[in-house]
Design a binder for this molecule. Structure first.
Ligand code: NAD
Length: 472
């Protein structure tokens, strides 16, 4: 028997839910069953797979109230949970629309006139997906949908910190027997994730750099592909030519939406010194308008800090910054309200790169602002990071485009913030320690789940010129 794991409610601090990880032997057996079922799933063809996914979507819509309630209990927030469900449902439609073209095999002539090429792809039989707690539903399904359409079987292990949504998802899944055999949600923590990696053919991991490294090592030992989507410390650069009203509103949203618990949150802001004072006064004024979603989930915009360990990290970064001379203009404390941990939008100035708040992932609603005098300095500060997930630039479009070319990150939003959270069409790779592997966004995302197979056909009935028996 494996040990049950108690789950904390982020609003009340009470441990009011329990998950029971599968024993390793049963998980290995489940993987074998999924791999067997994958054969029929692949044979079903794309049309059949699309039909099954659409049936699942309809079943999820019927479970919507339960799913919303579970997500609210997992994360303590309402509007973001609704957004998560909507984005997940629309991602099923988007992938079902795109897949037919993306999965088409092609026949080609080759450089050798009598050899034809059939370029085909075959799915990896079993994909393992390991996801974090900050967007429990979205991040456990973002890779699941394209993998299923590609013809893979999928086993998902969501975070042990936010696992309540699995129950309604599984109820909906049970309504679609064809899909139920090839899609399984399992409960558990790191140990279960690590056993999963030992039993799958490809792993998609979203989480911290520290765990990502362990996942990459485990996958490398088995020679299986590992797609890693890891942490970030996204910079925003604001030039004198920026529209200030627009920049402060966008940066506020990009920094504190979901209480800053997003990999692509703006976590450091560099502002031209000529507009620095005006910028931070405006940002502070706008930050003051936001309230905590307390005492009810509908009270305000800022939900609780979901993971208790994250509250300690945010507090440590703030303390470290203040000890080194930073000034806090609003927020700045972790409050205990009703048993949950909360932090109001926090603006800091007098910050520099000796501080954790400017160099390590904070994952909270914290906006440290630093002035710069030249564009070169701004770019060099933005690139002074082990991370390279995404970034934002606010300036005239021409200036911003030039800066975007120089920033070491996979996606740059211009005159807006965190656009990759909303728009999934642009392909991007994580730079530096923010990840590894093919793009999770755009058409390339689906192709990650296929192995290419070249079928080479000799089309004439004469000896090839390079064979031995051609010599006269
Ligand atoms: P985490 O690394 O602690 O855990 C992530 C998942 O890995 C969990 O499901 C956990 O149970 C599992 N796990 C832990 N140890 C494991 C092991 N040895 N083998 C296999 N699985 C293991 O991360 P977290 O605290 O849940 O999530 C926050 C982090 O995720 C942040 O760093 C954030 O930036 C990152 N994140 C990245 C993206 C992205 O798209 N780049 C998106 C969201 C979150």
């Amino acid at each position: 028997m494996t040990k049950p794991i108690e789950v904390r409610n982020p609003r009340t601090g009470k441990f009011d839910y329990v998950i029971i990880p599968p024993p390793p032997r049963l998980l290995a057996q489940q993987c074998k069953r999924s791999r067997r079922a994958q054969v029929s799933w692949q044979k079903l063809g794309l049309e059949g797979r699309i039909e099954a996914l659409q049936q699942w979507k309809a079943a999820i819509v019927s479970e919507r109230d339960r799913l919303t309630e579970a997500l609210v209990n997992d994360t303590g927030r309402l509007s973001t949970s609704i957004l998560e469900i909507d984005s997940f449902l629309s991602s099923i439609d988007r992938w079902c629309r795109l897949a037919p073209e993306l999965l088409q095999d092609s026949a080609k002539n080759t450089a050798i006139p009598f050899i034809a090429l059939q370029q085909t792809s075959v799915p990896y039989p079993l994909v393992g997906i390991i996801s974090p707690w900050n967007f429990p539903l979205l991040l456990s399904t973002i890779d699941t949908i394209p993998a299923l359409l590609a013809g893979c079987a999928v086993i998902v292990k969501p975070s042990e910190i936010a696992p309540r949504f699995v129950a309604p998802m599984t109820t909906a899944l049970n309504a679609v027997p064809k899909l139920r055999d090839v899609l399984t949600f399992i409960e558990g923590a790191g140990a279960t994730g690590s056993i999963l990696i030992d039993n799958v053919d490809l792993v998609c991991f979203t989480g911290s750099v520290a765990t990502g490294r362990k996942v990459a090592e485990a996958a490398a030992k088995r020679f299986i592909p590992a797609f890693l989507e890891l942490g970030g410390k996204d910079p925003a650069i604001v030039l004198e030519s920026a529209n200030l009203e627009l920049a402060t509103s966008a940066i506020l949203w990009g920094s504190v939406v979901n209480t800053g618990q997003s990999c692509l949150s703006i976590e450091r802001i560099y502002v031209a010194e000529s507009i620095f004072e005006k910028f931070y006064h405006q940002l502070v004024a706008k930050a003051h308008r936001l309230g905590l979603a307390y005492p009810t989930v509908e009270s305000g915009e800022i939900g609780p800090i979901i993971a208790e360990r994250q509250a300690a990290i945010i507090s440590d970064h703030l303390l470290d910054a203040v000890e080194k001379g930073a000034v806090i203009h609003c927020g700045g404390v972790i409050e205990d309200l009703g048993g949950g941990w909360w932090c109001r939008p926090t603006v800091l100035t007098q910050v520099n790169h000796s501080m954790k708040v400017m160099t390590e992932e904070t994952f909270g609603p914290i906006m440290p602002i630093m002035p710069f005098s030249t564009v070169e300095e701004a770019v060099s500060l933005a690139n002074d990071s082990i991370y390279g997930l995404s970034a934002a630039v606010f300036a005239s479009e021409a200036e911003a485009l030039e800066i975007a070319q120089q920033i070491e990150a996979g996606a740059i939003s211009i005159n807006d913030a965190a656009l990759t959270a909303i728009m999934h069409e642009g392909e991007k790779n994580a730079f530096k320690f923010s990840g590894m592997g093919g793009s999770r966004m755009g058409a390339a995302a689906l192709k990650r789940f296929m192995r290419k197979k070249a079928i080479l056909i000799k089309t004439n009935a004469t000896n090839d010129p390079w064979w031995f028996d051609n010599e006269s």
